[in-house]
Write a protein that binds this ligand. Structure first.
Ligand code: DGL
Length: 280
């Protein structure tokens, strides 16, 4: 039996995007405690190299483990695409407590794809990092080999969100240009995966920019439902989680800036604390 202290669930993103996932997780699983960590000082990750994303993610996971989290959700597609496998296969088995777990957001999203598409043509909008990893294409191919995934990198979307421009008129141009390019590549798309946790903030503009019959899959609900299911299947992890219903926000940038933008994502006031993760 595990005798370790109870701890919160860690939720990590390069910046603010993971807050869209955290909100949905907290809506479905309000009883647990959470630590949210945003590496805002070094985001965006989407255009960074594989090795750098691996290093930064490892620092974040080590930090959250040290804060007592037995379970960490990588609430970022770029990180899930580039660093999750490395962490699961090489870091976890050798860390102080190999029974800790790190989960990503791509698999739960892909599992839902089959329920949505009728034409078997699915569009993916994501960061250049996620697109170049082809993780979605690979994972969809394993579960639904008959489904074609057309990928579209949207390098300007994360900066628009990070700078609080997602609902401003300037964002329209970039939303239209990437979605039009995607639909030009594959006009049969009937399902669009928002494969970046920042993109739900652009959802109203994306909705306006694409034909009505195209279903949009956002990840929050899917990831939250999958976590719930995971905890039912893994009672040995569930009993290690503290249940005070709290959330603590940590950022590698200055907290004032984080608080301002984070409240835009969560719709509530946020109190944040600045932390250093590169020395853990
Ligand atoms: N939120 C991240 C994702 O889901 C992308 C942010 C970034 O580029 O840092 O891919």
């Amino acid at each position: 039996m595990h005798t370790a202290k109870l701890g919160p669930i860690g939720v990590f993103d390069s910046g603010y995007g993971g807050l869209t996932i955290l909100s949905e997780i907290r809506r479905q699983l309000p009883q647990y405690d959470y630590i949210y960590l945003g590496d805002n000082a070094r985001s965006p990750y989407g255009t960074r190299s594989f090795d750098v994303i691996n290093d930064f993610t490892l620092q974040a996971v080590k930090y959250l483990f040290k804060q007592g989290c037995p379970l960490v959700i990588l609430a970022c597609n770029t990180v899930s695409a580039k660093a999750l496998r490395e962490i699961q296969q090489h870091y976890l088995p050798t860390c102080d407590d190999p029974s800790k777990r790190v989960l990503g957001v791509i698999r739960p999203t892909v599992e839902a794809v089959g329920e949505y598409t009728k034409t078997k043509h699915v569009g993916l909008v994501a960061t250049p990092g996620t697109v170049s990893s082809h993780s979605y294409k690979t994972e969809v191919g394993k579960l639904f080999p008959e489904v074609h995934v057309q990928e579209q990198a949207c390098p300007m979307w994360v900066p628009l969100v990070e700078y609080g421009e997602s609902d401003k008129p300037g964002a329209d141009y970039f939303v239209r240009s990437y979605t039009q390019e995607l639909l030009k590549q594959d006009p049969l798309i009937d399902t669009l995966i928002l494969g970046c946790t920042h993109y739900p903030l652009l959802r109203p503009k994306i909705r306006e920019a694409i034909p009505e019959h195209i279903e949009i899959i956002a990840q929050g609900e899917l990831v939250a439902a999958s976590l719930d299911d995971y905890l039912h299947r893994h009672p040995e992890m569930q009993v290690r989680l503290s249940q005070g219903g709290s959330v603590s926000y940590r950022t590698t940038e200055c907290p004032e800036k984080f608080e301002e933008l984070a409240s835009l994502f969560t719709g509530t006031d946020v109190d944040a604390q600045r932390v250093k993760i590169d020395q853990v």
